[in-house]
Design a protein around this ligand. Structure first.
Ligand code: SAH
Length: 242
């Protein structure tokens, strides 16, 4: 009894690993948010689909588990990496009392690495990833983590920087970082990574505070060493000048 949890990268097909494509070929049933299934449409022709809305994660994983128990080889699809704010953890939890289901997690390219590549090389030194969504994590905890990352001079990669209901989280996050970091600190924003309409902007921490972002955006904040080289956001590793 086999169930794959597959990260399809930020934009599907072109960004999938060969391992992910081959695992998908083994499956006769796929579960995922509709948009993600659309991104890999040509790879899942003829396969049974378990399709639910964005916020029906538990329903989707339960349905995927039941399909595996019924004898299907199932693929649960996550965007980016399945283990980074993805479905992998929930899938293990939902299958806890069914150890007979063999779960294999297949990693994908996460927004931090794919978005970083669009901007240049912003994460070449120590960095922290923080989601600004307080749907599942209390805002006080998010603030605590941002303060710690600011104190440690980590580069930051922010996932879920805003949604329709939460529009001021990025502003609050920038204010925390501005308590430790210069307003001139170089930053970058990448939208629709690997998808139609991919776009990026270079900015500064001071200006980022008043920038509008949405949930399809990943935000990069430099550390004290980050600079812009010929239009690319770069955090030196330190090789140069050794
Ligand atoms: N598992 C995903 C992350 C899911 S959390 C991964 O590993 O990439 C959702 C957040 O990820 C979004 O709010 C956004 O910040 C980021 N994200 C995911 N896909 C993206 C894309 N194609 N372009 C820009 N940001 C993306």
């Amino acid at each position: 009894m086999k169930l794959y949890v597959i990260g399809i990268g930020p934009g599907g097909e072109e960004q999938m690993t060969l391992r992910a494509v081959r695992a998908l070929e083994q499956c006769d049933c796929v579960a995922g948010y509709g948009l993600y299934l659309d991104l890999i449409d040509s790879l899942i022709q003829g396969k049974e689909r378990i399709q639910t809305g964005m916020t029906r994660e538990v329903d989707r994983c339960t349905a995927a588990r039941d399909a595996a128990l019924a004898g299907h080889t199932v693929a649960v699809i996550s965007s980016g990496d399945a283990g980074i704010y993805g479905m992998a953890g929930l899938m293990f939890e939902v299958c806890e009392s069914h150890p007979e289901i063999e779960i294999e997690v297949i990693p994908g390219i996460t927004a931090a690495s794919s978005g970083g590549a669009v901007l240049g090389a912003p994460l070449t030194n120590d960095f922290a990833v923080v989601s600004l969504s307080n749907l599942l994590t209390p805002w006080e905890t998010i603030e605590k983590r941002l303060h710690a990352a600011a104190a440690g001079d980590f580069c930051l990669c922010l996932y879920n920087p805003a949604s329709k209901r939460r529009t001021d989280h990025l502003q609050k996050a920038c204010d925390i970082l501005l308590s430790e970091r210069a307003p001139e600190t170089p930053c970058g924003i990448v939208r629709n990574i690997g998808r139609e309409g991919e776009a990026f902007t270079l900015t500064t921490l001071g200006a980022l505070r008043d920038t509008n972002v949405d949930m399809l955006t990943t935000v990069f904040i430099g550390n004290s060493q980050t600079k812009v080289i010929n239009g690319h956001l770069v955090t030196p590793r330190g090789y140069h000048g050794v």
